[in-house]
Structure formats: structure tokens, C-alpha cells
Design a protein around this ligand. Structure first.
Ligand SMILES: Nc1ncnc2c1ncn2[C@@H]1O[C@H](COP(=O)(O)OP(=O)(O)O)[C@@H](O)[C@H]1O
Ligand SMILES: N[C@@H](CC(=O)OP(=O)(O)O)C(=O)O
Length: 816
């Protein structure tokens, strides 16, 4: 491989290319482990890449391990070498044959033959001298194969051996010679072809192959990104993000949607295989975004790593490193101790207590170093278990919890990392699955982050927001709720880091931007929270049409909006099915009776095994006020105009008098009670005569006295029988199962439960198996700012209590 170390100035044409190379996609070994996996990767590239992007690949899953095993067999000169070499070759040959058409297959198999002959020579004659060359075949084969498959199936592509441009100045620290590497990379780029570059390997300044360390392809990817000024690096792997612990070992691990840079770096240092320790180094001076996503399920949003605000900073995770050595010596105290920590890249150390914790392969070097200082050393097998989070060492509660959760383990010491992002326990035992699970449980059990979006900033929405700060600090179930979106019919304000709840409305006035439906849905689909709750306090049918999409995305809905719950039977059933499928919760206690717990009561009865046979009552605050007040002293129309001027009726009182709102409410309750019916099944008496129904509002108000004779006649007839008139909703089911449902005027005895309400109050009466002769009654204000907003808060607490105890399913290898 020819290589020139001379830095060359980029031509204008090359600079132009730099502007286009905007994305780096790195596919790890797990994503390339079989022909089926590679086909998936090809699909991802088809959908997510442009020609001038860069694809970085690791060796096909297991290949580097196999090459390491070959190397060790060669050193030990074991007889199994031939067989192992044959196995590696057949695995590659099989991938080639499964994925390529016959002419390309033949060509790649010939190249594989030549490579394996070279590999054999090195293994037999000079393995130590060629360790990195031997390991490099993994990435070489993987890149060659993928670029061929891409050329056949997707777009022109070419393979780049990173040793042809990537120069590492200092093998140990893996420092990149940026200028030379950048120039050489641009010389290799081919226009209108997608580059597939080997990860993990590079050349040193002596022109020899070197590696960037195990899992080093992540680092390769960010190096490439810094060389071409890429805006985005995606690490495609077999898990859909970085979790609060290794999800293979801790099934209850939670996805960390957003990781601050410093925390990600510390996780990499402490053994998280998704992030190589140096991955973030090349990005420190760039505004490049780093993502971790699953190649097995690309549609799931993964983990984003970057500079984040408050919410991301609260996430905690637990990680461990086994097979370490605790080295204790007087020489590890004071300045010398600090020096030793640096020299041996110690995982941690304490220069007062005189110890460092190192990887096993450093043992020899440490012994030699100490021999030159003439001091003794004691090595003990050890492991590290750490809790990692932004500036975690300053959180007294986390320190205390961590200590408590380690009380039954052999903890030699606890050490805070100098970068302040981890508290490490040095254990003189291996970190077991059980210990990791227990500690993880103790550290993360309370932390499910719930995003809250409020849609509809009218009267009730405003009151809901006014009450929110006190609720968030008072109710334990809301501890991890973050207000992240405010939406009105025209504008929206979103902030992934959380909108300051005390200034929500003023921030909305200042910063909200116009938004359309697709922008709204795209934000909601990519939110970085464990759960998202949309509170719909809009009166909008349009907005209710989005529920289906919300449920498909697993978003939960609290609706004060009646449209969806009273929509057609087909639509309603389909909403319930979508919500059930994605485990979305749908609460709507305030759709009927504002804050009165009518929906909760119905649910509780059903949960207790009861059978509801009748629901009746006065469901409209306006009609309640009108008929409780109407005693014949004033004409009906005068009363109605009074109610209008006090804001008790809608701006067009016919909306109340039509009974349609009551009809919808009865439908919602009957459905909540488990009955299948539609609006058309509920008879509705419109109190507005036909002649007045089509007038303009002013004309209707001017002609309102035409209502009077009807109502005075109804009232007088009722009075003659010691009765009164009320607008009643009534739904019942007979013993034979026949449903009857109607809303309209009824004549009631003066001592009926419905006859003596405080004007405006609602009343709900439920008859059921348990409450037959003596029905269950709920009554109280059925409208108003405070009661409605507090009803929504009650739904929010209920939803959050349920969500807090939910465990999210870790997506490993696309398995559901
Ligand atoms: N905290 C963690 N979050 C996510 N994955 C983790 C974590 N700790 C360990 N893992 C494991 O890391 C694996 C991915 O790392 P690695 O094998 O290096 O991927 P790749 O081959 O794609 O580079 C996942 O399968 C996962 O089980
Ligand atoms: N193939 C190398 C480099 C690498 O980064 O692999 P992966 O992306 O599969 O972790 C290794 O196994 O160490």
C-alpha cells in the first residue's frame, strides 16, 4: 500500500466535496454478522445515505474475535490453526456466495484466496510482527463485500482501506495526524460513488498497520467525520440506543434518549461496548451530532449524544468492568500515584489510599515501573461497578443510594472520577449479573422520563398550566414529568430540554412558531422521552383526528375534547384497537362532568365485576342552570338571555338547547360502560323549534320570545302534577339486553334527585348490579375553569402512576 505522508493543500474541487460529505454511518460487527444482516444494512443505506456520505464498517460479527483466536493459536503453535483458518475462510466465502452475483462472487473469492494465503504466511512465520495486519483482514473483507453488494444493488460504491489515508502518530494514544489523513482521504474520494471505509485499522508513522483498539470502529467513524466535517455520525448497532445498563444482562435497563458528551465519554471509558472510549475525542471541536441506532429496527429513535440541558443530565446508568487488577503500593500515593494513574490509563485510583485499578495486560508494565522505584506491590483481582451520570459525584442522594445498594458486596473503596461523571466501586469480587441488576434497580427505579405536551391554550389550558408547577413539585408520580410542548391551532413551542413551567405561557407568546400537522407529527414521532402524554384541551375535531397517529406512535392522550370518544363506532373501535396495540393510554375523565369522577366511577364498577344497567342525569351545566332557575316568574327567553350575558351558555345558546352536547356525553358514558352504540342510537330532543334553527345568531336572539309559549306550557302542565321539567340524559339496558338511550325534557317529581340541584350542577345516577334499588349518585359542578383543569390534572397523575411502573422493552436484534 503506497502512502505519502506529505500534506497537500486541498483544491477548490476537493473543498467543494467537503461541503457535501455530511453524514457518516458506521455499521458495527453485530449489524454485519450474517447475509441477512447485511441485506438489512443495504436497505438502511438505500434509505438513509447519499452518494457523498461515508460508510464505515467493522469486521463481520465474530470475525475479529476469530482472528484474535488464530493469532493466539499461531503464537502457541497449536495444531488447530489450520482448522480455524479454514473456518474463517469458509464463513467469508459463504457471505460472498450468498450476497453476490456469480461474476463478482468469483472475483471476491479469488481475492479471499490470496488474502488467506498471506494470512497463513504471517501466522506461520511472524505472527507477533504482523498482529495488526492479521486483525486488519476482518475490516478489509467486510468493507470489500459491502461495497460490492452496494454496487450491485444500490449505487456505485467503492471500498477504501483506511490504511491508505489514516495516519496515527502515536500508537498508544492513537493520535491522528489530521492534516496528512485529511489530504489523503480527499485524494481517495471518488465522485458520485459511495465510499465504504474500513474501521478499526490505520497506519502508524512507520507505515505499519495498527489498530485503534477493540471496538475501535466507532472511533474510526468520528475520525472520518472530523476529517470531512460531517454533520452527523450514526453508529448502527444491534441495540436501539444506549441503555442505563447492558440490556443483555439487565432486562429492565432503560433507554437513555440523550446523553451529554461528558457522560458518554465516561461510559465508553468504563467499558460500554457501544461507545469506544475515544469515540468522542475527534468531535470536541465540531458541532457533529452522534447517534446510536439499531440496524435491526431503523425506525426506532435511538440515543443522541451531544450538549444537552437539564433533562438529559438527570439520567443515571450503571456499568461495570470485570477482570481488572487492584494494585496497592506506597508508590501510588501523592504525585507519583497521579503519575501512575496516567501512565497506565488506570480505570481509577486513590493517591491518598495508595492504589490504582488497572487492566490485566498492564500488570507487567506496572511491576517494572514499581521495580524502578524500589517498592512492593500487591495485586488483587478486582472489578469496577460504577454509576454514571452528569456531575453525579455531587448528588448526595445518589452517593448514599449507591453505597446502600452495595452493602452486601465486597467493596474495597468508592472513588469519584476526576471528570465528576461517575462514582466507581472497586470490588474484590467479580461483578455478577445479580449485583448489576440489584444496583441498577436501586439507582434507576424512579427514573422514567415523561414528556408532556399541552394542546389548546384557551381558558382551561391556561388554568391547567397555572396549576402545573405546584402539581409537579407536590405529586411524587409527576417527579419526572417535563413540559416539552405547547400547541395551539396556529403555533407551537417545543423544547426537548423542557419548557420552564413557571413561564410557560410567556415563553409560548415569545417563542412559538407556526407549525403544520406534518411538522407536529414529526416532532412527536422523534421525542426523546420514555413516554409522551398529549393533553388535548382543544375543542377541535381536527385535532381529535390526530389521535389515531398518536396511538400508533405509542403516545398517550388525555382528552377533554369530546370528538374522538363520541365519533362513529368504527372510528372509536379503531382508536381503541390502535391504543391497545401500542399500549397507549387514553384518559378522558373531563369529557363529561368536568372534574366529577364519573368516568372513574364507571371504570371502578366494571373493574369490581359490576354490571351497569342505567346511566342517567343532567349532563349540561347550562341546561341545569336554566331549568333549575326557570319557575315561570320570568319568561324562558329572558332567562336564556341572562344566562348568555353571564357566559353560562355558548355564544350561540342553540348549541346548548339542541341537546347535541348532552347526546355526545351520554354516548361517551355508555361506551365507557362497555356498550356498543353510536350517536344515531340516542334520541335527541332539540329544544329549538325548526323555524329558529337556521337563523343567524342575532336573528335568533331577537326572535327568542318564540320559545316562551312552549316552555311555559310544559312547566304549567308539570306544576299541576306537583312536578317540574328537566333536560335529562338517560341510557338503560333491559334484562333482555335491549338498549334505550335518549336525551330530552322529562317531567319529574319535585323531590326527584334530579329536581333540586344547585343551578349549573351536573348529576349522574348509575344503576347497576350492586346499585339497583339505591343508585349511585355523583353530583357537583360540571363545568368551570378550576374543576375542569383539576380533572385533567387528576388524569395526568393517574396516567403517570401507571407509566412509572411500566418497563420498556429493550429492542435487541429486532426481536419483539
Ligand atoms: N449500556 C448499554 N447500552 C446498550 N448496549 C449495551 C450497553 N452495555 C452493553 N451493551 C451491549 O453492546 C452491544 C453492542 O456493542 P458492540 O457489540 O460493540 O456493537 P457493534 O458490533 O455494533 O459495534 C449490544 O448488543 C448491547 O448488548
Ligand atoms: N472489529 C473490531 C472493531 C470494532 O469496532 O468492532 P465492533 O464495531 O463490532 O465493536 C472489534 O471487534 O473490536
Amino acid at each position: 500500500m503506497k502512502q505519502s505522508n506529505a500534506a497537500e493543500k486541498l483544491t477548490a474541487d476537493q473543498n467543494q466535496l467537503a461541503k457535501h460529505a455530511i453524514q457518516v454511518h458506521k455499521f458495527g460487527g453485530s449489524s454485519l454478522a450474517s447475509a441477512q444482516c447485511i441485506v438489512r444494512v443495504v436497505d438502511i443505506i438505500r434509505q438513509h445515505c447519499q452518494l457523498n456520505d461515508i460508510v464505515v464498517v467493522s469486521a463481520n460479527g465474530g470475525t475479529t474475535d476469530a482472528l484474535f483466536a488464530l493469532y493466539h493459536q499461531a503464537i502457541l503453535q497449536t495444531e488447530t490453526l489450520e482448522i480455524s483458518l479454514h473456518d474463517i475462510k469458509s464463513m467469508q466465502a459463504q457471505l460472498i456466495s450468498e450476497l453476490l452475483s456469480s461474476s463478482n462472487e468469483k472475483r471476491l473469492l479469488t481475492q479471499l484466496d490470496a488474502d488467506c494465503a498471506q494470512l497463513k504466511k504471517w501466522l506461520e512465520n511472524s505472527p507477533q510482527q504482523h498482529q495488526a495486519d492479521i486483525l486488519a483482514f476482518g475490516e478489509l473483507w467486510s468493507a470489500r463485500l459491502l461495497s460490492e453488494v452496494l454496487s450491485e444493488k444500490v449505487c456505485p460504491s467503492f471500498m477504501v482501506d483506511s490504511r491508505d489515508f489514516l495516519v496515527i502518530d502515536n500508537d498508544k494514544a492513537c493520535q491522528v495526524n489530521t492534516q496528512v489523513s485529511k489530504t489523503q482521504l480527499y485524494q481517495l474520494k471518488q465522485r458520485h460513488k459511495l465510499a465504504v471505509i474500513t474501521g478499526y485499522i490505520a497506519k502508524n508513522s512507520q507505515n505499519e498497520t495498527c489498530t485503534l483498539g477493540r471496538n475501535g470502529s466507532d472511533y474510526s467513524a468520528t475520525i472520518m467525520a472530523s476529517l470531512v466535517g460531517a454533520l452527523n455520525v450514526t453508529l448502527w448497532t444491534d441495540v436501539d440506543g444506549i441503555y442505563s445498563a447492558d440490556p443483555r444482562v439487565v432486562p429492565s435497563a432503560r433507554k437513555l434518549h440523550r446523553l451529554p458528551n461528558g457522560v458518554a465519554k465516561e461510559l465508553g471509558r468504563l467499558g460500554n461496548p457501544v461507545l469506544h472510549a475515544k469515540t468522542l475525542q475527534p468531535l470536541t471541536d465540531h458541532s457533529t451530532h452522534l447517534h446510536v441506532a439499531s440496524s435491526f429496527d431503523p425506525s426506532i429513535s435511538g440515543t443522541e449524544i451531544g450538549k444537552f440541558g437539564q433533562i438529559a443530565k438527570q439520567e443515571l446508568s450503571v456499568t461495570f468492568l470485570n477482570d481488572l487488577l487492584l494494585a496497592q503500593s506506597d508508590s501510588f500515593t501523592g504525585n507519583l500515584g497521579e503519575q501512575a494513574q496516567q501512565e497506565f490509563s488506570a480505570v481509577c485510583g486513590d493517591d491518598k489510599a495508595g492504589f490504582i485499578v488497572i487492566h490485566q495486560e498492564q500488570q507487567k508494565a506496572v511491576s517494572q515501573w514499581l521495580a524502578s522505584h524500589d517498592t512492593e506491590v500487591k495485586f488483587t483481582p478486582a472489578s469496577i461497578l460504577a454509576t454514571v451520570g452528569h456531575k453525579v459525584i455531587h448528588h448526595g442522594d445518589v452517593q448514599a443510594r449507591f453505597k446502600r445498594s452495595l452493602r452486601h458486596s465486597k467493596t474495597f473503596a468508592r472513588v469519584n472520577s476526576p471528570n465528576e461523571h461517575s462514582i466507581m466501586a472497586v470490588l474484590t469480587q467479580a461483578c455478577t449479573t445479580e449485583l448489576l441488576n440489584n444496583v441498577h434497580h436501586d439507582m434507576t427505579k424512579d427514573a422514567r422520563h415523561i414528556g408532556l405536551v399541552v394542546a389548546g391554550l384557551g381558558n382551561i389550558g391556561e388554568r391547567f398550566l397555572e396549576m402545573l408547577p405546584a402539581q409537579l413539585s407536590r405529586v411524587p408520580a409527576l417527579e419526572n414529568v417535563h413540559l416539552v410542548g405547547l400547541v395551539s391551532s396556529k403555533k407551537a413551542l417545543f423544547n426537548n430540554d423542557g419548557i420552564e413551567v413557571n413561564q410557560a405561557l410567556s415563553l409560548y407568546q415569545k417563542d412559538a412558531q407556526p407549525i403544520d400537522k406534518s411538522e407536529l407529527m414529526s416532532w412527536l414521532a422523534n421525542h426523546p422521552y420514555d413516554e409522551l402524554v398529549v393533553v388535548d384541551v382543544t375543542p377541535s375535531e381536527q385535532f381529535s383526528l390526530l389521535y389515531e397517529d398518536f396511538f400508533k406512535q405509542g403516545i398517550h392522550v388525555i382528552g377533554a375534547n369530546k370528538w374522538a370518544a363520541s365519533s362513529s363506532t368504527d372510528n372509536y373501535k379503531s382508536l381503541l384497537a390502535s391504543a391497545a396495540k401500542s399500549k397507549s393510554l387514553w384518559f378522558g375523565n373531563t369529557t363529561v362532568g368536568a372534574g366529577l369522577p364519573i368516568n372513574y366511577a364507571i371504570n371502578d364498577l366494571l373493574n369490581s365485576g359490576d354490571n351497569i344497567t342505567e346511566i342517567s342525569g343532567i349532563f349540561s351545566g347550562t341546561l341545569s342552570w336554566i331549568f333549575e332557575t326557570y319557575d315561570g316568574t320570568l319568561p324562558f327567553s329572558k332567562l336564556m338571555l341572562d344566562a348568555l350575558s353571564q357566559g353560562i351558555t355558548e355564544p350561540d345558546p342553540r348549541e346548548d338547547l339542541s341537546g347535541r352536547d348532552v347526546q355526545r356525553k351520554l354516548l361517551i358514558l355508555a361506551r365507557a360502560a362497555g356498550f356498543e352504540l353510536s350517536l344515531a342510537d340516542i334520541k335527541c330532543q332539540n329544544l329549538v323549534p325548526d323555524a329558529l334553527q337556521t337563523l343567524s345568531i342575532p336573528d335568533f336572539l331577537a326572535a327568542a320570545d318564540q320559545l316562551d309559549s312552549f316552555f311555559s306550557e310544559q312547566l304549567n302542565q308539570a306544576k299541576e302534577q306537583q312536578c317540574c321539567i328537566r333536560y335529562i340524559a338517560r341510557f338503560s339496558v333491559s334484562e333482555s339486553g335491549k338498549l334505550t338511550a335518549k336525551v330530552g325534557l322529562e317531567v319529574l317529581s319535585n323531590n326527584d334527585a334530579f329536581a333540586n340541584l344547585t343551578p349549573c350542577d351536573n348529576i349522574f345516577q348509575i344503576k347497576s348490579g350492586w346499585y339497583q334499588e339505591n343508585p349511585l349518585i355523583i353530583r357537583g359542578p360540571g363545568a368551570g375553569r378550576d374543576v375542569t383543569a383539576s380533572g385533567i390534572h387528576s388524569d395526568l397523575v393517574n396516567i403517570c402512576q401507571r407509566l412509572n411502573t411500566r418497563q420498556s422493552q429493550v429492542k435487541l436484534k429486532g426481536i419483539d
